[in-house]
Design a protein around this ligand. Sequence first.
Ligand code: NAD
Ligand code: UFG
Length: 338
Amino acid sequence: MARILVTGGAGYIGSHTCLELLHAGHEVIVFDNLSNSCEESLIRVQKLANKALVFVKGDIRDQKGLDQVFQDHSIDAVIHFAGLKAVGESQQIPLTYFDHNIAGSVQLMQSMEKAGVFTLVFSSSATVYDEANISPLNEDMPTGMPSNNYGYTKLIVEQMLQKLAQADARWSIALLRYFNPVGAHKSGQIGEDPQGIPNNLMPYVTQVAVGRREKLSIYGNDYDTVDGTGVRDYIHVVDLANAHLCALNNRLSAQGCRAWNVGTGNGSSVLQVKNTFEQVNGVPVAFEFASRREGDVATSFADNARAIAELGWQPQFTLEDMLADSWNWQKQNPNGFN
Ligand code: NAD
Ligand code: UFG
């Protein structure tokens, strides 16, 4: 049992991870500015776990606020989700992304060092891999310059964390490279609740199915893939949450900085996702083909052997489970947490 600080813990992946941490008997302190989430997610997490967590509203760019949290609670390790994640927006306002994602992460590392806490799990992304790599992507493949500023912030923070661990042996850092998180807790009480028009496929599909949007635009049907549409590795958010617990266990007894892919190892095309969603849930999803989206690659899926071998982690959920759980959440909460 450990006391874990979860930055960005009110968000989509953070809330699911908090629930798994509570289930596993850990104490949880969430630090979140609620810029892309609401406290209701944490209220529901506590109800589902039948156990309380501590919520501190704050911004990771506020060093004093962060230092105070480390003073008030005897933290053993940090899981760092807080940050901005909209790829398109990162092209419009790069400085804001550098500030939250890079400067905010540096402030967090400084507060950790001051407090003598050196165990960290960081939310990275498959977007750090060089686009020339052929899937399945493994952790030894080269990283490259991401096509957008959001991805650039993930690569920079990964590199900073690697250098930090090289310079100071007290650090123990996990870089989790997520593929495409989808799904929701099986209760349908917590799930993904994007503000405004969704950028990602799954919330767009569920919002069309529930009648909030007219039709899905499928970005490109002329890729060199099974049916011409883009192929990705969708991973259930509860499997992803559990990967954080496995990484935490690994890091509490290790040194250095190491990267792990978190994906199922299976690629699914956009059309396969749409068709399977319709079959599993019995609801139609209107769609049209549109032109390719700038910056998209044809195919991206994980080699997840390292996480399975070293973390003792194993994904449990199928694509059908993911699509059923996404719909269960959306159906019960047509307007998200509001
Ligand atoms: P999310 O937006 O739901 O959660 C992020 C949380 O961080 C939100 O609750 C938000 O209010 C909070 N936050 C943002 N800026 C903050 C700041 N400066 N100080 C304190 N809190 C702040 O996003 P998510 O999908 O749960 O993603 C979590 C992490 O995983 C992010 O770092 C994201 O970049 C990364 N990631 C997500 C995906 C994905 O597809 N969802 C893929 C790869 C990596
Ligand atoms: N897609 C559509 N229509 C939509 C949304 C998406 O056809 O309305 C397609 C995309 O073209 C892609 C697939 O669905 O083929 C998945 O797209 P997402 O936006 O859901 O996911 P991405 O793989 O593009 O995004 C992921 C992560 C980001 C990361 C990015 C890097 O969600 O965090 O990869 O490219 F930065």
